[in-house]
Design a protein around this ligand. Structure first.
Ligand code: BTX
Length: 328
């Protein structure tokens, strides 16, 4: 597969120009006929490649469908997604990513499926992952941060998803603390962060990202119809899953680099710019309590700041923001 990546890369560099078979053969150290075979494989993936005598080859169109090749073509990241596994069907990209991480997969490894038969949500909940309708992917990161900072990566991912939706679709996303991406008050995306850690250091995190893209009403199970939505349901437009994945990986890489260089501050500001019900009175359910408070922001460490009286706001680290009864 690495020759094919390199081939796509070479064609990519010459997007508007032709590159000769001779040149390709020299660069890739393979014969002209081997190149031709690779081209045929790319065409099976849905690429339209134009070959002109004496000029060479150029990619006219890259396909809608998701594969390692099609994601790679046009992916502008420096390191995220350079190691990638895509399959049509997986139980869960999350489980597959854990396997890869345990076997030493590098920082920035990405696992993608067109369909999940056992998509996971938080706390053993299920994540419905209809075939070809959404982004179902997991990203392996090795930030080497203390485990208590790991939740900041969830907030970072939420901000990245919201940014991509805001920039490349007509949807207006907001983020319901800590990790639901909403469009028009309905859940359009979810994030599941899992980590393997030693006492003081994260070995790796797997960030699972599920985004409902092209679902129509009938693509959701009945019990989700009221609270779940897709970008298409809210905007009326069909979006290319492949393109959104590429934007998502680039945005994630940028925010992660920012996070590693400058810490959580800039991420927090971005998150807050999408914060759902920020500044309003909300109800938060934690393992032991239900709090009613004004949601005054996100703390430096990623906690939710709940203002209950004139004292310092209370920091809440894990829990769920409840919908108000009148919303239900
Ligand atoms: P969560 O626990 O916040 O949300 C799960 C809940 O959301 C479910 O109990 C259900 O009520 C609802 N739900 C289930 N499926 C959907 C859906 N498609 N759209 C909207 N609401 C839904 C959120 O967990 C974390 C989701 C992460 C999913 C990704 S996909 C790639 C990766 N692999 C994997 O197995 N999980 C992650």
């Amino acid at each position: 597969a690495s020759t094919r990546y390199r081939l796509i890369e070479l064609l990519n560099m010459n997007e508007h120009h032709y590159i000769s078979g001779q040149k390709l053969s020299e660069e890739l150290h393979i014969s002209r006929s081997a190149i031709w075979k690779h081209m045929k494989e790319l065409e099976k993936d849905g690429y339209v490649i134009e070959g002109v005598r004496r000029k060479g080859y150029r990619i006219v169109r890259s396909p809608d469908k998701v594969s390692e090749n099609t994601i790679f073509w046009g992916l502008k990241t420096q390191w995220l997604g350079k190691n990638m596994t895509h399959k049509k069907v997986m139980d869960s990209t999350q489980s597959a990513a854990h396997q890869e991480a345990l076997h030493g997969a590098p920082n920035g490894t990405v696992v993608i499926a067109d369909e999940q038969t056992w998509g996971k949500g938080r706390m053993d909940r299920q994540w419905h992952s209809a075939s070809h309708q959404g982004i179902w992917m997991s990203v392996i990161l090795r930030p080497g941060i203390p485990p208590v900072h790991a939740p900041q990566l969830t907030l970072m991912t939420a901000a990245a998803i919201a940014d991509v939706l805001a920039s490349y679709t007509d949807a207006e996303p907001s983020i319901k603390w800590p990790n639901d991406i909403l469009i028009n008050h309905k859940k359009a995306a979810g994030i599941l962060t899992e980590m393997q850690a030693e006492e003081d250091r994260v070995q790796y995190v797997v960030i699972g990202i599920g985004v409902n893209v092209n679902h129509t009403q009938g693509d959701f199970p009945a019990e989700l119809n009221e609270k779940a939505t897709s970008i298409k349901r809210e905007t009326g437009d069909h979006y290319q899953v492949k393109g959104l994945i590429q934007h998502m990986l680039l945005r994630l890489e940028q925010l992660y680099d920012t996070f590693m260089q400058s810490g959580f501050q800039p991420i927090r500001a971005k998150w807050e710019s999408y914060g759902y019900r920020l500044g309003e009175t909300i109800r938060i359910r934690t393992a032991r309590n239900v709090w009613t408070a004004v949601f005054s922001g996100i703390a430096d460490d990623g906690a939710l700041l709940a203002q209950m009286d004139d004292n310092e706001p209370k920091k809440i680290y894990s829990g769920e923001m409840e919908w108000f009864p009148d919303d239900a």
